[in-house]
Design a binder for this molecule. Structure first.
Ligand SMILES: NC(=O)c1ccc[n+]([C@@H]2O[C@H](COP(=O)([O-])OP(=O)(O)OC[C@H]3O[C@@H](n4cnc5c(N)ncnc54)[C@H](OP(=O)(O)O)[C@@H]3O)[C@@H](O)[C@H]2O)c1
Length: 274
């Protein structure tokens, strides 16, 4: 039997790394990409290649290397992403552009690179990692939330276009998960906390709240969810890890005024937190 083939971006850390290990353990051939190629697990069934999703030449070189090893791609999992947190008024546009080049355009480049092969084989699955905060927004998270919201509508539209070729696109919606994401988010707060800023009380309040986050989910939990999204016979448009992740997104989407009132109250509480 031929081995199924998965391309997994962000395979050097967190969810992408855990997914590479899980798919490999299930007997898939995994092609993992990341900038820190040495951190991609080196084990049977995992082939690690350097990949910077913000760079079209890097994506092209990655795909060329993969296609020299295999003639098919069953699944692409777009995992790469990070969050720039800060007030709308004060985050450098250049930082926002890099975030979108990574989180959104990175997925676009990868999908454009795999679709010719998937269309030719008349089968394929594209799993894109968005986030609950693509719907469940909070102050200082505007740019990260916008990049993750963009992925959702983009993936749904993509699904309409590629279904006739036997390809399905689906979205995974993680909530807070123990990976390097949260420390990187904390570092971005520091980058965007300007001395003398009118948003100092807000930034301090949000940082205090997020510093107390206890993420219960693990990268391994999310890897299991990616595997379901990649292999379900009838894939859903959205996959959630926990019921509370699902409920909060449901409320924010279906009751936008209620959600906004809750967040307005939370924002005031955070700004007054001693
Ligand atoms: N953890 C959470 O609480 C949480 C919640 C909701 C959604 N998410 C989303 O889940 C996904 C996985 O994040 P994680 O939690 O596993 O974070 P992570 O541990 O920080 O992993 C991020 C991965 O992205 C890769 N990456 C970053 N920029 C890249 C680039 N330009 N080109 C190629 N690879 C790049 C990193 O590898 P290199 O640095 O080696 O390139 C790393 O492998 C992200 O899309 C994130 O937005 C996370």
């Amino acid at each position: 039997m031929t081995q199924s083939v998965a391309i997994i971006t962000g395979a050097s850390s967190g969810m992408g790394k855990a997914a590479a290990e899980l798919f490999a353990q299930k007997g898939w051939q995994v092609f993992g990409g990341a900038r820190h190629v040495d951190a991609i697990p080196q084990q049977t069934n995992i082939h690690g290649y350097r990949l910077d999703v913000t760079d079209q030449d890097s994506v092209t070189a990655f795909m060329t290397a993969v296609m020299q090893e295999t003639k098919r791609v069953d699944v692409l999992i777009n995992v790469v992403g990070y969050g720039e947190y800060g007030p709308v008024e004060e985050v450098d546009v250049a930082a926002v552009e890099t975030e979108f080049q990574t989180n959104y355009f990175g997925a676009v480049r990868m999908v454009q690179a795999v679709l010719p092969t998937m269309r030719q084989q008349e089968a394929g699955r594209i799993v894109t990692v968005s986030s609950g905060v693509g719907n469940v927004y909070m102050p200082t998270g505007s740019y990260y939330s916008a990049s993750k919201a963009a992925l959702q509508i983009w993936s749904d539209t993509l699904n309409l276009e590629v279904q006739p070729f036997g390809i399905q696109a689906t979205v995974v919606m993680p909530g807070a998960t123990k990976t390097n994401f949260l420390p990187k988010m904390a570092a971005s707060f520091k980058r965007h906390t300007n001395p003398g800023s009118a948003y100092q009380p807000l930034m301090a309040g949000v940082q205090k709240m997020t510093a107390g986050y206890q993420a219960n989910a693990t990268a391994a939990d999310l890897a299991v969810l990616f595997y379901r999204a990649a292999t379900d016979n009838k894939p859903k448009l959205r996959y959630f890890n926990t019921i509370s992740d699902r409920i909060s997104v449901y409320v924010a989407r279906n009751h936008p005024n209620l959600w906004h009132r809750l967040m307005t109250r939370n924002t005031a509480r955070m700004m007054n937190a001693k």
